[in-house]
Design a protein around this ligand. Structure first.
Ligand code: PLP
Ligand code: LYS
Length: 407
């Protein structure tokens, strides 16, 4: 198995497993698919930093021209540090603190995606006190069923995100008269890992109606941020959701409104550009099943434990003999399971496996649970590689804590 010009087997002789490995070429080509699909619209691709916020990844995307969708001061700082200019940074999130708002205002970011009325008031007060005007888009919740996992659905009435689309006109009217506020657009994001495209169609149609009505009432809407959420094929479907169809919905509903379109993809840029490489520690034959016990665990990649997410898992060297295993990690939780009853090539202790589709929401969601060291991250370009995040050592791990004076 190769990542660009490098054999994983050879890489694993240099970098101890488990480690994340990303392909620069795959990231660039996924980004290019967005540029191509949205060509013809005045658009900006603001990569969702939360999917993978490594500086090297952000710098790769910055050089391709990407902006950034952020949800915290930390993400804004990461984006700026990687060379994404403030005028390409949007800031969403339901709990923006005063300090975060002031930081974003001081940097003069492109816009705030506002998620509630109290947040709008807070931004107004802070901007006014700093002698600034905050550009805002209100994130509307269109109440459409995203048909994805309940934990990553964001655009239904019961979800904490955005404000009900029916209440938006009144809030826009209010926003237009607030000090320190410049209404710039409308924002929508209905969820993540959407593999059916009709929910986007429905949401964009509702947003188009809203924008038309706001413009009719004299509110100057210049930007429509359509969020992210396009799903990827983790290996259990026959095909990937079609990005051209997705973009065609945006064009059909929103193209004639004279607005700049912002799109915030995360997973669909990074997801299939990365794998988690792991070594088999033990093959254990239990009473009822065979277990493949890896050196990677839920603390490295939590998606299977958290969402019962499917990730394709393959042996790095092709094996003709197939065996059905429960593929698990060493953490002391039954939920530390990557796959149950999965048939893959026969393995022995020391063999390498690759957990596919791990480039997004992998390393960023990792923890040190069970006092495990982090899986390092490696970026490949052609036949070169670079360790873009090191594995810390045990002394550093322990030194993160400090003792109170009374001990
Ligand atoms: C506001 C916002 N924008 C963009 C994204 C990126 O989503 P995805 O990685 O599914 O493209 C998310 C995550 O769901 C989000 O919350
Ligand atoms: N972390 C989630 C997606 C949440 C997207 C962020 N709004 C995942 O791994 O699929």
């Amino acid at each position: 198995m190769q990542v660009e010009g490098l054999a994983i087997e050879a890489l694993a002789q240099q970098v101890p497993t488990p480690f994340y490995c990303y392909s620069s070429k795959a990231i660039a080509s996924n980004y290019q698919r967005y540029s191509d699909a949205f060509a013809g619209l005045d658009s900006l691709i603001c990569y969702a930093v939360k999917a993978n916020s490594n500086q090297a990844i952000l710098a790769t995307l910055a050089r391709l021209g990407a902006g950034a969708d952020t949800v915290s001061e930390g993400e804004i700082r990461r984006a700026l540090a990687a060379g994404i200019s403030a005028d390409k940074i949007v800031f969403a999130g339901v709990g923006k603190s005063v300090a975060e708002i002031r930081y974003a205002l001081a940097q003069d970011i492109l816009q705030f995606n506002v998620e509630s009325e109290p947040e709008l008031m807070r931004i107004s007060e802070q901007a006014h006190s700093m002698g600034k005007r905050a550009r805002v888009s209100i994130r509307v919740n269109p109440d459409v069923e995203a048909k994805t996992h309940a934990k990553i659905t964001t655009g239904m009435a019961e979800n904490k995100f955005g404000i009900a689309i029916d209440l938006a006109p009144a809030l826009y009217k209010r926003a237009a008269n607030l000090p320190g506020i410049e209404v710039s657009g409308v924002d929508v994001h209905i969820g993540s890992q959407l593999t059916e495209l009709t929910p986007f169609d429905q949401a964009f149609s509702k947003v188009a109606d809203l924008v038309t009505s706001l413009q009719h009432h004299g509110i100057d809407i210049q930007v429509i941020d359509i969020g992210g959420g396009l799903g990827i094929n983790y290996g259990e479907q026959s095909q990937e959701p079609d990005i051209t169809t997705y973009a065609s919905f945006a064009k059909a509903h929103l193209g004639h409104l004279g607005c700049k379109i912002i799109v915030e993809p995360g997973r669909s840029i990074l997801g299939n550009a990365g794998v988690l490489v792991s070594r088999v520690e033990y093959v254990k034959t239990g009473q009822q099943r065979h277990f493949l016990i890896l050196d990677a665990a839920m603390n490295d990649l939590i998606r299977p434990s958290m969402y019962d997410a499917y990730h394709h898992i393959v042996t790095v060297t092709e094996q003709t003999q197939k065996v059905t295993y429960d593929i698990v990690g060493p953490v002391c939780e039954t939920g530390d399971t990557f796959a149950k009853g999965r048939t893959i090539g026969q393995c022995q202790s020391g063999d390498l496996v690759a957990i596919m589709g791990a480039g997004a929401y992998g390393a960023v969601m990792a923890s040190h649970y069970n006092s495990r060291l982090n899986a390092p991250e490696v970026l490949v370009k052609d036949d070169q590689y670079s360790i873009i995040r090191e594995r810390i050592d045990y002394d550093t791990l322990i030194a993160m804590d400090s003792l109170p004076s009374w001990l």
